[in-house]
Ligand binder design. Structure first.
Ligand SMILES: [Zn+2]
Length: 166
């Protein structure tokens, strides 16, 4: 690692190519009318995985690719204000949250900071079960006007395959 911060390099890269990044003609409503919910895992590139281009989907990412209150908020806004109709939930094998002990994590966090977070940690033992639960949550969510096409998959980090979750 060099002494220059990673974020400084990222911003310098951006300022070199800003003209290529301007998208004045694109609509904020995603062309594919789709939301993808996935993990923040640095090995997952949804654009490459699904052959996507800028302007086609909303991508919501967090630790674990979990359907949190904020993900529900974003999908609700996406469907009601920006015309999306379908949702793809993609979690993956070898996730950092796989096997995480929520209670131990919380105990350390609270003992170190003296503050209880207002959010669940979200550790899980089986990504397939986790995706099933996430899809179920969204299908039951009456805030969403479009719940007929909510699909779940587990991405296998080792093989690159996407496994459907029923
Ligand atoms: Zn993950």
């Amino acid at each position: 690692m060099s002494t220059e911060s990673a974020t400084s390099k990222l911003v310098a890269f951006q300022s070199d190519k800003f003209a290529q990044l301007a998208e004045p003609a694109l609509d904020p409503a995603p062309g594919h009318q789709t939301v993808i919910v996935t993990c923040m895992d640095c090995r997952i590139d949804p654009y490459q995985m699904f052959g996507l281009e800028v302007g086609q989907v909303h991508i919501l990412r967090n630790a674990g690719g979990l359907v949190t209150d904020d993900v529900v908020r974003s999908i609700t806004l996406s469907q009601r204000e920006l015309g999306t109709r379908e949702v793809l939930v993609v979690q993956h094998t070898k996730c950092g949250l796989h096997g995480l002990d929520d209670e131990a994590f919380l105990a350390d966090l609270v003992s170190e900071t003296g503050t209880e977070p207002g959010w669940p940690v979200g550790g899980f033992s089986d990504p397939f079960e986790r995706v099933t639960a996430s899809v179920k949550t969204l299908v039951a969510c009456t805030f969403l006007p479009h719940r007929h096409a909510i699909k779940g998959y587990v991405f296998d980090i080792d093989s690159g395959r996407l496994h459907p979750v029923e």
